[in-house]
Structure formats: structure tokens, C-alpha cells
Design a protein around this ligand. Structure first.
Ligand SMILES: Cc1cc2nc3c(=O)[nH]c(=O)nc-3n(C[C@H](O)[C@H](O)[C@H](O)COP(=O)(O)OP(=O)(O)OC[C@H]3O[C@@H](n4cnc5c(N)ncnc54)[C@H](O)[C@@H]3O)c2cc1C
Ligand SMILES: *[C@@H]1O[C@H](CO)[C@@H](O)[C@H](O)[C@H]1NC(C)=O
Ligand SMILES: *[C@@H]1O[C@H](CO)[C@@H](O)[C@H](O)[C@H]1NC(C)=O
Ligand SMILES: *[C@@H]1O[C@H](CO)[C@@H](O)[C@H](O)[C@H]1NC(C)=O
Ligand SMILES: *[C@@H]1O[C@H](CO)[C@@H](O)[C@H](O)[C@H]1NC(C)=O
Ligand SMILES: *[C@@H]1O[C@H](CO)[C@@H](O)[C@H](O)[C@H]1NC(C)=O
Ligand SMILES: *[C@@H]1O[C@H](CO)[C@@H](O)[C@H](O)[C@H]1NC(C)=O
Length: 481
């Protein structure tokens, strides 16, 4: 369905770049940058790769990042009156792989998360009225189900983590992994863990039952479940942004912020990238290898002039729209959390909580007395940032209209901060997976001097993408020799 719509701009772009080769004589020597590896995107995996390559692996790098900072999904709000920080993006980390050591090397102390106890209220996503008819699983039942899920996920950990280098093809793919999660969950009596799995991982927007089990493991696999159950997750002391500020200090002139690649030439011997940074004259980057860490959506990959082999893989992603923000919402009392859920989940269909085109929740964040709430909103349909804010505010008004939490006055909700985490999801069919889609995806590693890391090439969560990156970097070094 997405194919014709996506391919059209791509074909036009290819036609355009094919006739206009990059002319090096248009760049003064000051504006030509030569490096071993050019890194597209300075989020979790791009920043990690940049530090490891330049500081540990004697490999020169340049990072190209459109935002004005490193860190990707980390969003820290600084309260102006006190300089206290509130995290409204990434919250906490697992110790998996090299993660704790990475914080230590950048001089950032870590501590156990100090989770506040919130009272959760489930409301009907259509009306905002309390959905009293829905009975969430008891916490012991949820933990027991989560333990069973961990055992099941650990069975497949060696083919999924870190990365799919050893993933089998065709009929060798374990049949269980290709079951719709609704069937898998009932077969294995794990439906009681679904509400927590969705709350922690945000998987299942539009409905969890049809998502393939392998894709639920991508979002909520063995490493995160193990650490969640063991209580070994941690938070940085100070703020989540500190690590990325320190990394930026270390990398200094090797980071181009507010920058975009607008044209590329790639072949087996290396890449040439034209980079636009604000009003500065365009620069030419000549690199031996290219490491793509930006979400590999068709939009982000447009300037890369994809070849048919690359297009065959990258046109299969499903786009997803996801937003985080920090708000003041006077009609929700502090210490509350409000989850908007589908009416059909009553009385106890936990897998049906997200059978709706969007998902929404508000969580009181503290510091106390300021009425601050983190908002998480995600849709399975195209939506702009302004429209997303509109839908969020409408849902606050629904609470007041329904008298939920005694909200009577029309409630003036305000955004202190807002950012989008739009990306793509891997949602290919069982047939496509059996036909070797994962092998085609991994077959792109090194193709046209281009390598990939980041959440779409493995599992979600920062520590997982760092561990995946640690499996990609040695391959790039070998390729460079
Ligand atoms: C709401 C939310 C909460 C999360 N909470 C946690 C958590 O508590 N703990 C945890 O471990 N994980 C969490 N995650 C997951 C975590 O954010 C991801 O696993 C991780 O960021 C993935 O790293 P990445 O490098 O693949 O992508 P990102 O970190 O997203 O980095 C991609 C980078 O590419 C840049 N980019 C985008 N387009 C382009 C372009 N065209 N050209 C160049 N660069 C581009 C982006 O600006 C970004 O900096 C959360 C995710 C979300 C959405
Ligand atoms: C680092 O790389 C440079 C250039 O590639 C090379 O000359 C030098 O010997 C390397 N140093 C080490 C310690 O490997
Ligand atoms: C907040 O930090 C800024 C910059 O570090 C500083 O100038 C300012 O005085 C601080 N404000 C408060 C209230 O501490
Ligand atoms: C299914 O799991 C629940 C807890 O989640 C447990 O109470 C129940 O006994 C289990 N049923 C079977 C048949 O194992
Ligand atoms: C979005 O979710 C709704 C509700 O579950 C579903 O009916 C619809 O098919 C989904 N749309 C897409 C594009 O997946
Ligand atoms: C919220 O909870 C904290 C303890 O975690 C308590 O000190 C505070 O009084 C509560 N605030 C309200 C408004 O109930
Ligand atoms: C709403 O009002 C009722 C009746 O006054 C009270 O018992 C209840 O605690 C209130 N709820 C909240 C969330 O304030």
C-alpha cells in the first residue's frame, strides 16, 4: 500500500542526482573534510560509535546530526526557576553489555532509579470517563507472566541479541517467533504481562494481537525483561543529557550539528557527501566508510540515492508517529497517572488495551507542587506535531467533560516542551521473513561502503543499540584494511 506513494519521490530524486555528479572543484579546501568514517545521526548509537571509533579504535570520524545537540531520544527539560531537570524522553538504562562502563568513562555517575509511586487511572480513550469495567491483572500475576515470557525470549536470545547476524532463514526460523502475539500469549499463558509490556516498550499501537512475536521481542526482549525483573536498571546522576554533553565535548570539531546530508555518491571504495549546515557554505565530506544510524525511513535515506537492492529492503518499513512532551495540566492531581485505553479491553482483555489508532498517557513527574506531567502519545496514522498537540489537548478536555478525577472546570493544559520521535517499524509479513528478509537487511552491511546500526537493525533500548554497535565496529575496521 505504501509502495507507490514512497517510490515516486525516490525515483524523481534518483533521476535528479544521477545527472548532477558532485563536483569537487565547487568546494574550497577549507570546506572539504576527509575522514575514515562518516556517521549519519548523533543519537544513542551514532554518539557511541563516534566515541568508540575516535577514542579507542584510532579511526577518524565526523558526525552529521540535524538537531542542535547529540542524544536522539533523550529529552531533558530544565526548569528555569530552579535549574532542576525533568526527563520527558528516555528515562532509564539497563546494564546490558558495555553500558555502565560507557557512563563511567564519560565521568557520569549512575544510581538506582528513584521511582515515584503514582496512582493509575484507566480512562476510556473515546470519552475520557473512568473505565471501571476494566480489571487490570494483579501485580503478582503480571510478574509471574513476565517471568514466563523471559524464559521464552531467552530461548531465542542467541539469534536476536545483539543483532541478527546468526538469524536463520526460511523454514529454519522458529515457528513460534512468527505467530501473531495474541496467539502466542494465549498459548503460553502470558497475557497478564501485556499491560506492563506495552507501558514499558510502547509496542502495539493500533493493537498488539496481530504484531508478530518476533517484533514484540524486538521491542521487549530478554535483556530488558531480565533487568526489569532483577531491578538492575539505572539512571545517570544529574541528567540523561549529561552523557551526550560530555561526548560532545570530547568529539568537539568532529560533530556537525544542525546539519543534513543533501547529496551522496557511494561505491565500494568510499563515499562523498554534500552537507548543508544552516547558513554555512556547503561542505564536502570524503570518507572511506559511511555508518548510517539515523532511522532508515525513506525520507531520511532520500539523499542516499538507494539502489534496487537497498530499496527492496527499505521500502518495507511501516512508519510510526510518536511524541513526548512535558505539560502542566491543572485538572489532573499530582501523583496520578492517566492511561487512555480501548473500551473493548473491559472486563479483562489485556491484549486489547491498544485496539485504537492512537495511544496516550499522562504521568505526574514532579518536582512536587508544579503540576508537571509527562505525555506520551503515538499514532498509527500520519499526524503533524501541531495536530498531535491538538489531539492531546482534546483528550485533556474529555477528562473534564466526563468529570474524571473531579475535573470540572475546563482545564487549560500547556506544553512546556514537546518533541517527536517519529520513526519506522519492522512489520514485514511471515512470508517475507521466510523469504529471507532479515538476510537481505543484513546483506546491506558493507554494501556500497555503507554500514548500519541503531534500533531497526536489532532491538530497542539504548544499551541494546550500543551492544549492537559493538558488533558492527570491528566489521567496519576489517573492511577499512
Ligand atoms: C518515548 C521513548 C522513550 C524511550 N525510553 C527509553 C529508556 O528509558 N531507556 C532506553 O534504553 N531506551 C529508551 N527508548 C529507546 C531509545 O530511545 C532507542 O532505543 C535509541 O534511542 C535508539 O538509538 P538509535 O541510535 O537507533 O536512534 P536515535 O537515538 O533516535 O538516534 C538517531 C539520530 O539520528 C538523527 N537523525 C534523524 N534524521 C536524520 C537525518 N535525516 N540525517 C541525519 N541524522 C538524522 C536524530 O536526530 C537522532 O539524533 C525510548 C524511546 C522512546 C521513543
Ligand atoms: C593510527 O592510525 C594512523 C593513520 O591511519 C596510523 O598511522 C597509526 O599508526 C595508527 N596508530 C595506532 C596506535 O594504531
Ligand atoms: C541556572 O543555570 C544557569 C547556567 O548555568 C545559571 O546562569 C543560573 O543562575 C542558574 N539558575 C538558578 C536558579 O540556579
Ligand atoms: C496462568 O497464569 C496465571 C498468572 O498470570 C496463573 O494464576 C494461572 O495459574 C496460570 N494458568 C496456568 C494453566 O498455568
Ligand atoms: C490503526 O489502528 C486501528 C485500531 O486498532 C486499526 O483499525 C487500523 O487498521 C490501524 N491502521 C493501520 C494503518 O495500521
Ligand atoms: C505525592 O506523593 C508524595 C510522596 O511520594 C507526597 O509527599 C505528596 O504529598 C503527594 N502529593 C499530593 C498532592 O498528594
Ligand atoms: C473526588 O471527589 C470525591 C468526593 O468529594 C472524593 O472522595 C475523591 O477523593 C475525589 N477524587 C480526587 C482524585 O480528588
Amino acid at each position: 500500500m505504501y509502495l507507490p506513494h514512497f517510490l515516486l519521490p525516490l525515483l524523481i530524486l534518483q533521476a535528479k542526482t544521477a545527472c548532477a555528479a558532485i563536483d569537487e572543484t565547487h568546494f574550497s579546501s577549507d570546506n572539504i573534510i576527509e575522514r575514515d568514517v562518516a556517521i549519519l545521526g548523533g543519537g544513542a548509537s551514532g554518539t557511541y560509535a563516534a566515541v568508540r571509533l575516535s577514542q579507542d579504535l584510532n579511526t577518524s570520524i565526523i558526525v552529521i546530526e540535524p538537531k542542535d545537540r547529540l542524544g536522539g531520544h533523550v529529552d531533558t527539560y530544565v526548569i528555569p526557576s530552579s535549574n532542576a531537570t525533568v526527563e520527558y524522553g528516555v528515562q532509564s538504562y539497563m546494564k546490558y553489555g558495555n553500558a555502565a562502563a560507557f557512563f563511567a568513562r564519560l565521568g557520569v555517575d549512575i544510581a538506582a532509579p528513584n521511582r515515584r509511586r503514582l496512582t493509575n487511572v484507566n480512562v476510556d480513550i473515546e470519552t475520557g470517563a473512568v473505565l471501571g469495567g476494566y480489571n487490570p491483572p494483579a501485580s503478582t500475576a503480571s510478574t509471574e507472566a513476565m517471568k514466563r515470557w523471559l524464559t521464552l525470549a531467552e530461548k531465542y536470545e542467541s539469534i536476536l541479541e545483539p543483532g541478527y547476524w546468526n538469524f536463520p532463514a526460511g523454514n529454519a526460523i522458529p515457528a513460534e517467533l512468527l505467530l501473531p502475539f495474541g496467539d502466542f500469549a494465549r498459548d503460553n499463558n502470558i497475557t497478564d504481562m501485556a499491560p506492563l509490556a506495552m507501558a514499558i516498550s510502547n509496542v502495539g499501537i493500533g493493537g498488539l494481537k496481530e504484531v508478530l512475536t518476533i517484533d514484540v521481542m524486538q521491542a521487549f526482549g530478554a535483556p530488558i525483561v531480565r533487568e526489569f525483573l532483577a531491578g538492575t536498571m539505572f539512571v545517570p546522576v544529574g541528567s540523561n543529557s549529561l552523557l551526550y554533553q560530555r561526548a560532545h565535548d570530547l568529539l568537539r570539531n568532529d560533530v556537525l550539528l544542525r546539519s543534513r546530508v543533501i547529496q551522496t555518491e557511494r561505491d565500494g571504495s568510499g563515499v562523498r557527501l554534500v552537507v548543508k549546515s544552516g547558513d554555512v557554505t556547503n561542505r564536502l565530506i570524503k570518507a572511506k566508510r559511511f555508518l548510517v544510524t539515523a532511522p532508515p525511513s525513506i525520507t531520511n535515506l532520500k539523499p542516499l540515492s538507494l539502489d534496487p537492492k537497498e530499496k527492496a529492503v527499505f521500502t518495507t518499513w511501516t512508519p510510526t508517529w510518536s511524541f513526548v512532551g512535558l505539560m502542566t495540566i491543572p485538572c489532573i492531581p499530582e501523583n496520578y497517572s492517566v492511561s487512555y485505553i480501548a473500551r473493548g479491553s473491559a472486563p479483562a482483555d489485556h491484549l486489547a488495551l491498544r485496539n485504537y489508532p492512537y495511544t496516550l498517557r499522562f504521568d505526574s513527574t514532579g518536582p512536587l507542587g508544579q503540576g508537571l506531567f509527562r505525555v506520551l502519545f503515538a499514532t498509527n496514522y500520519t499526524i503533524s506535531n501541531e495536530e498531535a498537540k491538538g489531539t492531546i489537548v482534546e483528550n485533556v478536555h474529555k477528562l473534564a467533560a466526563a468529570g474524571t478525577l473531579n475535573a470540572t472546570n475546563s482545564c487549560k493544559a500547556d506544553f512546556l516542551a514537546f518533541s517527536d520521535h517519529n520513526s519506522v517499524l519492522r512489520r514485514v509479513s511471515v512470508e517475507t521473513l521466510r523469504e529471507g528478509w532479515i538476510q537481505k537487511l543484513y546483506g546491506l552491511q558493507g554494501h556500497r561502503a555503507t554500514w548500519y546500526t541503531g534500533t531497526l537493525f536489532g532491538s530497542d533500548y539504548t544499551s541494546n543499540v550500543w551492544a549492537l554497535t559493538d558488533t558492527v565496529l570491528p566489521r567496519i575496521l576489517k573492511d577499512l584494511q
